[in-house]
Design a protein around this ligand. Structure first.
Ligand SMILES: Nc1ncnc2c1ncn2[C@@H]1O[C@H](COP(=O)(O)OP(=O)(O)OP(=O)(O)O)[C@@H](O)[C@H]1O
Ligand SMILES: [Mg+2]
Length: 396
């Protein structure tokens, strides 16, 4: 028998989120919000993905379409990844003729044209997730892609992308056609219109990327996305908070379909223009970064005078009181302090738990030689990451 809702043990193990609906998850998908916010988002192209392409993404192993010009030599023998062309040896005949893109050639070509359209370099993502955990697979060690194959390699290596494909609606409540929660759950499930999102590549300065938390259409908290300490942010904290608050009030507060959500912004120098990068659901799956979800769920809300279009007047006709309240409430803006990294548990590299995609492990099982080679590369990559970490902390 399941414990009653009032059982203290249950209260301790479950965060008090309002039910997360599939509609809410879909509202945070790039393809749903992008048309509404195109003007405030860096240039992007969306490519609808047919089932055949989705099957390719879901397949085990990483086989790339033939691409003589852009597939580097090392990709055939060194890592278990191979392109349809250029294979040598006894087993190569089949692979020579195999083009995984044969059944989605149109999509491949659309992607090629979109990359061109966006100036030759793009940052890819699926409906919700970018392959941030797979950049170590890429020759550039980043999400910068110049060819369709660069994109496929990243997408197929990413656990975050797999989550979009296989677990988009995990832990969501069922709802009826009007969006009301169904009890008992309805069996009908919403299907996901999968899209490849290609964003024109820009070299972003991670210090001015922020995640913002909105509860009941009120901006209650914001914080850095990058978990390093940046001294200069402290001096401009008030200005940044005000700029982002205004952006939220004007652009998002009344237009986003759900009352609670998170959004990510980029505020490049001179810090007076805000770019929308992404939305994430108000749900446990979203990383609360410098906050905990329990804090975010229980932080005090601003008085409503801070969010109303017009402040109601007092009986004597003045609105001084409301202005005072507006003055007092500030969404909490959390930055990483100089001596903070330990406190926040940043001693492990970000996404370290995701650095070994299943596909790569599978690829490395091709025999002892392959495994040894793979292990060597793995060690090198780790040493490089350690070195980078040491350099970063020296800078601090
Ligand atoms: N156009 C771009 N060019 C280069 N890099 C970009 C671009 N857009 C975003 N990025 C970088 O990619 C990172 C991840 O992008 P995004 O926030 O869309 O990923 P995500 O998977 O939704 O992340 P999360 O899981 O944290 O919500 C951003 O923090 C930013 O540093
Ligand atoms: Mg996101």
């Amino acid at each position: 028998m399941s414990p009653p809702a009032s059982d203290p043990a249950q209260r301790l193990t479950e965060l008090p989120f309002p039910p997360v609906t599939k509609t809410h998850i879909l509202n945070c998908s790039y393809h749903s919000w992008h048309p509404r916010y195109r003007a405030i988002t860096p240039k992007a192209r969306l490519v609808p993905l047919p089932d055949a392409f989705l099957s390719y993404l879901r397949e085990d192993g990483i086989v790339l379409p033939p691409d003589n010009e852009d597939t580097p030599e090392w990709s055939d023998s060194d890592s278990g990844i191979f392109s349809g062309a250029d294979n040598e040896g006894d087993d190569a005949d089949d692979a020579d003729n195999y083009d995984p893109s044969a059944s989605w050639r149109d999509t491949h070509e659309t992607i090629e044209r979109a990359i061109d359209d966006l100036g030759g370099k793009v940052a890819p993502k699926l409906n919700w997730s970018a392959p941030k955990d797979a950049t170590w697979m890429a020759a550039t060690n980043s999400m910068e892609c110049r060819t369709p194959n660069d994109i496929y390699l990243l997408l197929k290596s990413s656990d975050f992308v797999t989550h979009d494909l296989e677990h988009a609606f995990d832990d969501t409540a069922d709802e009826d056609a009007n969006g009301s929660i169904q009890d008992p759950p309805a069996s009908a499930s919403l299907s996901v219109p999968y899209h490849l999102v290609l964003r024109k590549w820009v070299t972003l300065n991670p210090s001015v990327e922020f995640r913002c938390f909105v509860r009941s259409r009120k901006l209650i908290a914001l914080c850095q996305r990058d978990l390093n300490h940046f001294d200069f942010l402290f001096k401009m904290q008030d200005k940044l908070r005000q700029t982002i608050q205004e952006f939220f009030d004007v652009r998002l507060r009344d237009t986003f379909p759900d009352p609670s959500f998170t959004f990510d912004v980029y505020v490049p120098p001179p810090h007076n223009r805000v770019w929308l990068i992404d939305f994430n659901p108000w749900a446990q799956r979203t990383d609360p970064l410098l906050f905990s979800w329990l804090e975010l769920l229980s932080l005090p809300e601003p008085p409503s005078s801070n969010v109303e279009e017009s402040t109601p007047e007092k009986s004597d006709g003045s609105s001084e009181y409301e202005e005072d309240i507006t003055e007092i409430f500030r969404p909490e803006f959390r930055l990483v302090r100089r001596d903070d990294p330990e406190a926040y548990g940043f001693t492990t590299p970000q996404y370290s738990a995701h650095k070994l995609p299943k596909d790569v492990v599978d690829a490395s099982r091709g025999g002892e030689g392959n495994l040894r080679e793979f292990a060597l590369q793995w060690k090198e990559a780790q040493a490089l990451a350690e070195q980078q970490k040491a350099e970063d902390s020296d800078d601090d």
